[in-house]
Design a protein around this ligand. Sequence first.
Ligand SMILES: *[C@@H]1O[C@H](CO)[C@@H](O)[C@H](O)[C@H]1NC(C)=O
Ligand SMILES: *[C@@H]1O[C@H](CO)[C@@H](O)[C@H](O)[C@H]1NC(C)=O
Ligand SMILES: *[C@@H]1O[C@H](CO)[C@@H](O)[C@H](O)[C@H]1NC(C)=O
Length: 399
Amino acid sequence: MPRPIFFAACSIISCLALLTSAAFDMSRPDNVAMYWGQKSKSSVPLAELCKNPNVNIIPIGFVSNYFPDNSSMKFNMADNCDAEHFACQALEPDIESCQQQGKILLISLGGGDQPTPWQFADKGQAEAFAKLLYNSFLGGNDPKVTRPFGKAVLDGIDIDLENGQSDHFDEMVAAVQAAAKSNGDQKKYWVTGAPQCARPEPHLETALKTVSFDALFVQFYNNDCGLDSHADMSRFNFAAWHDLMQSSGVNKATKLYIGAPANSSEGSHYVDSPVLQKYIEATWANYSSAFGGVMLWDAYGAKANNNYDQQVKKILSAATSKAGATAADMPDAAPDTPTTPTFSALPVDTDSAEATGSLNTAESDSTASPDTSVPSGMSDVLRRYRSPQGHPHEGLARF
Ligand SMILES: *[C@@H]1O[C@H](CO)[C@@H](O)[C@H](O)[C@H]1NC(C)=O
Ligand SMILES: *[C@@H]1O[C@H](CO)[C@@H](O)[C@H](O)[C@H]1NC(C)=O
Ligand SMILES: *[C@@H]1O[C@H](CO)[C@@H](O)[C@H](O)[C@H]1NC(C)=O
């Protein structure tokens, strides 16, 4: 009775899986990654984000520093929990619920509010941090290490240094994988990075050439190479990122995302969704196998901006379901055929405000030279919006 048995197996496993939330799929071209954790829980609780069908990847920010001298780390999540004391266990059920709904959640290292530069002096420091990271957020169970999210096991690591240097991060990532292996832990841990679009990258350059990334959320904002509100793509350097990964990347199949501010108050180079659509379509036309989707900073800004993430997901799904590139990118297999999205789309907003002049004057890209490396500390307007005590604009004073 092979057919009925086959059919039964299909009903129980694959067919059921199709009926419930789709599993996360890094190979898709229409994933949305959206940062969460640096503004108030009263604006976007994690449980609310978990129910948002437009979001596939949630980097949680930030572990902003590692202190090798005392094997400790600085963890900050604004008012979402007492991260300073690693007391975020109340989020455990929300994290698990997000994962059950097909999302992956990553612990993000760095961010724009790093008090001191991130620096591993040597392999030993990188490996010591890897053990702390694995036991704190991933599958480790060292009883001496407090797990900030309790039993919840995050799905990987996002490297978003905006201060310091990424030497020895390859050894750190290898040590996380080794710790998992020696623990009998079979879980797939994703590794992503969020570089500035500037070439060379001011903080992640070493990691870009030594770490095997599954995806890079390239920040096309706060830099000359950022998105342009008139869709002038002369400085848009996605091609340089594609070429870099092909020539020097450890994983040639690294997915590349267009990183964008989700709200004009969150960084320079904010563009309205019809403009972002032009970037998505142009990038998809040339790089259909490398293109992975859009990264947004951040969940709070997107909600305040007419659910920008929903507009972006709709555009991504439509753009990438069209036949994509042919010439530039042929050797790879065609991307998976996207399935019909299940969310109900809002009309695309066409009249959002442009990025404000005050933010643009605060950044360093008003000079003529494209792709200038941004001095550390100047490179990220929006990360400085972090508001642990509910003062959403405190960071701006630092400019
Ligand atoms: C570890 O050292 C750092 C830097 O000196 C300090 O800020 C932090 O409070 C220390 N943490 C612990 C747990 O001692
Ligand atoms: C796509 O390729 C064309 C032809 O090489 C080039 O002119 C254009 O700038 C590329 N667009 C993007 C977004 O890379
Ligand atoms: C950005 O967010 C603020 C609230 O923080 C909101 O008032 C504003 O309208 C948003 N900007 C855009 C372009 O939607």
